[in-house]
Design a protein around this ligand. Sequence first.
Ligand SMILES: Cc1ncc(COP(=O)(O)O)c(C=O)c1O
Length: 399
Amino acid sequence: MAKATLATPVELRLARRMARLGTETAFEVLVRARALEAKGRDVVHMEIGEPDFDTPSNIIEAATDALHKGWTHYGPSAGLPALREALAEEISRTRKVPVKAEEVVVVPGGKPIIFFTIMALVDEGDEVIYPNPGFPIYESMINFVGGKAVPIRLREKMDFRLDVDELRSLINDRTRFIILNSPQNPTGGVLTRKDVEAIAAAIGDREIMVLSDEIYSRLIYEGEHFSLMSVDGFKDRTILLDGFSKTYAMTGWRLGYGVMRPDLATHVARLMTNSVSCTASFTQVAGLEGLRGQQESVDVMREEFRRRRDRFVERINQIKGFSCRLPKGAFYTFPNITGTGWPSKKLADALLEDAGVAALSGTAFGEFGEGYLRFSVANSLENIDKALDRIEGWVKKNL
Ligand SMILES: Cc1ncc(COP(=O)(O)O)c(C=O)c1O
């Protein structure tokens, strides 16, 4: 039989929508840092957006036990009933609003809630207001579905809380969706209860759905977490995103969830059926242990992050060209670097290549991130000091 041979290689023709899909630079910087390490260089990793702690052992034991007991099969697309029930109780208690299990959808990580709810709710041409600087996946997904991405600038002078007057001025008849994130990545900004209530008042009775990304809700150093879902009349218009990645140091397990009205939950579950079928069953059993078991490890981790944050901010403020506010939540610091006279990306590259310190350019989080770098404090105090010594040395030589 004659074999068909191709005279020229077949050109890959991607669907047009792929040109609109963005990415998350953190992963790329990690690859570059690892490449330097492979060449024998020593790099302090401050680019990473995940706790450097191990998952608590009670959760690991629950997972291995679940594997031995046969939790190795497909489960329901919306999540195991017992976990949905436990999450409904948890959210009812912490957000002080009654939530039922049918309003919870368990997904592999917090990210799919961003993907699925934007897919489900944003049509071409719909306007979506999102924080900038902010988690890059928001803008990427809005563009991917053909929505119009409308950034709301988070300003340093407001401790990176959003300006509600500005939000009000951006809302119009085409606004279909708003994204909030508190505590915030990359700035560590935290919305106060007053802020959230003012945001609710600015939205008023418009038919706008709000994605409230609360993945860092348990990592707050000052004040209290307050959710839009807790505001009277906003339960039906809020999609609450939270998960296990940051709270229980479970980033690699892929376990998160969304809380939303049941008629939307059905559609998000259908997107699950169409994509990944379900979240891994044994992971969900382990998540149940995370929720119901000891919580001291969460407190220990938060207090350790607080110590590191304090050290980093105190020392970076003594380095020429850098100035940094004290972030109130998450495990990121977002120093202003305009005093160095260097653009963010160039400075991040130089610190990686010349000083062996991996950080992210503020521009990895959108155009309004120019003038800033993001340093994650998910690294030991010793390594944080090492990074600061190196930055200090670099600045002395180059500025
Ligand atoms: C603001 C924000 N939302 C969502 C996520 C996604 O979390 P997960 O790893 O659980 O998908 C992250 C992760 O960095 C984040 O920073």
